[in-house]
Design a protein around this ligand. Structure first.
Ligand SMILES: [Ca+2]
Length: 509
């Protein structure tokens, strides 16, 4: 029955498009405004930035007044997630409105990008002027699959350059992806920014030392730079008289680049800020508890622009939440998300990744690791899925943990970040919000574990995940498009400090 409905839907869309896909259908965005103009959309995206590291999300040390102001005027999502703890797959899922496991090698970092529908192309065909500045989708090689440009849209050097090309009155969509707070961080940025190191809250999965505090302070410096970028874009579009009809979205692709963060399915790797503001149309000053992913952008944008959503997009529009005037959990079935990881960096023999899937609810996080025999952070001695940039620009926290791994305080944290992990991990988030203690083998949690695992597997099967359907897709055999001789190698400092042998093949293939 559902398939029949979908099929009829596709036929109706096809017929509607024959009579002009540019036409704007009535939708909820029209309800408060008879002279509905299709909204402009401005995405301001940071890179490798966890949600908790913003003033608006409770951080008392990092200063982000510009973002905090938009959070106050707009809608703040308390449970937003990137699809994957890795740049390219998280961004591919956002553009396609699909889970990463449906996207072939786009589930890997430095993979390709299948020729499937992306909201950017659809909106462009419907009359939107679409552009990117900064990373957009990537890193990877979309050309390998026949793309002639970044799947995020035409690339521009500045918003002004983009704006000058817009036909008068045409709606636009601009995606600025900042490089902050991606590593490398500006060394001693904390000092320049006047960060109070003593006031930093070091999470329990990292050693609380001066080196780590300085590293976090340097990360904060990068976030504060992003906050100033947000201000400059908003000032600019304000001066151009474009602010009123522009939906502003502030988010990131994945969590921070620290051990247990980037390339991990813990919150530190996938939980991101999400603020959406359109003051005249969406009731602001609201906090939303619905579990959402960046994948939901694609159907949301299409619905807001009055364009039919292609059947390929299995994410769900946020429009009901945006138009609601309530707070808390708006859509009762949005009480979990599923995230995924395949290969991040090329750091294991034969190109193996560390495949995993995770289900996150309000109370629990359950992770299924498909190859528990492999090294989750990459093979020793480099553990290259954590801070690959350490190789060139020694990253203080990882360096400290590697150099002090036998210290009794560091050892358990080192094992959590770099050691092998069991096939199932389960965390009780009410007791253990930082996901330190795996309770998967505790009999008290047997029922929860079984029920979450079933829910996860059923979800993956229903959405066509080759890891569960048995149809198979060999992510490990997919090409890693970063050229071998350009892959990061350890700096001399790292080689000396860690006692590495220079002839070691750091790229593992
Ligand atoms: Ca990223």
């Amino acid at each position: 029955m559902n398939n029949m409905k979908k099929l009829i839907g596709i036929i109706i869309v096809s017929i509607a498009c024959l009579s002009g896909c540019d036409s704007v259908t009535e939708n909820k965005a029209t309800k408060s405004n008879k002279t509905f103009k299709r909204p402009n959309i401005l995405i301001l995206m940071s890179d490798n930035h966890s949600d908790i590291h913003l003033g608006a999300y409770g951080d008392k040390v990092v200063k982000t007044p510009n973002i905090d102001k938009i959070a106050k005027e707009g809608i703040k999502f308390n449970n937003a997630f990137g699809a994957s703890p890795s740049c390219s797959p998280a961004r591919a899922a956002m553009l396609t409105g699909q889970d990463t496991w449906r996207l072939g090698d786009a589930a890997n970092l430095w993979g390709g990008f299948p020729k499937v529908a992306v909201y950017t192309d659809i909106m462009e065909k419907a009359g939107y002027h679409v552009g990117i500045e900064g990373k957009g989708w990537g890193p990877g090689k979309a050309e390998a699959d026949g793309w002639t440009r970044n799947p995020g849209g035409e690339r521009y050097d500045s918003f002004e350059e983009f704006y000058n090309e817009i036909e008068k009155g045409a709606p636009w969509m601009y995606w600025y992806s900042s490089r902050d707070p991606h590593r490398p961080f500006k060394r001693n940025g904390w000092q320049k920014a006047g960060i109070d190191l003593d006031a930093i809250e070091v999470p329990s999965y990292l050693p609380d030392t001066e080196e780590v505090r300085k590293d976090i302070g340097d990360y904060y410096y990068e976030i504060q730079s992003f906050d100033r970028e947000v201000d400059s874009y908003l000032s600019l579009i304000g001066e151009m008289g474009q602010l009123e009809n522009t939906i502003v979205i502030i988010t990131s692709d994945n969590g921070w680049q620290m051990p247990r963060g980037l390339a991990n399915l813990y919150d530190a790797g996938v939980k991101v800020p999400l603020i959406i503001s359109w003051p005249d149309h969406f009731k602001g000053s609201r906090e939303i508890d619905d579990f959402v992913t960046l994948n939901d952008f694609a159907p949301t944008f299409l619905e807001l622009a009055g364009i039919e959503i292609p059947a390929s997009m299995n994410a769900k529009s946020l429009v009901n939440i945006l138009h609601s005037e309530a707070e808390g959990l708006i859509e009762k079935d949005r009480d979990f998300v599923v995230t995924a990881r395949e290969r991040h960096a090329y750091v294991r023999q034969g190109g193996a990744g560390y495949p995993g899937r995770a289900i996150r609810t309000n109370d629990y996080l359950l992770i299924k690791n498909y190859t528990p025999e492999a090294w989750p952070a990459g093979q020793p001695p480099l553990y290259g899925d954590v801070d690959a940039h350490m190789l060139q620009y020694p990253a203080a926290t990882k360096m400290y943990m590697l150099m002090n791994k036998d210290d009794e305080k560091v050892k358990p944290l080192f094992n959590l970040a770099f050691g092998k992990r069991p096939a199932i991990e389960l965390f009780d988030l009410q007791k253990d919000p930082e996901q330190m203690v795996n309770v998967a083998d505790d009999p008290a949690y047997a029922e929860v574990k079984a029920s979450l695992e079933t829910k996860l597997v059923n979800h993956l099967k229903a959405t066509g995940d080759p890891r569960e359907t048995g149809e198979g897709f060999d992510w490990d055999a997919s090409i890693y498009y970063m050229e071998k001789d350009k892959r990061p190698r350890p700096s001399q400092k790292a080689i000396e400090a860690l006692g590495l042998e220079e002839e070691y093949d750091y790229t593992s293939n």
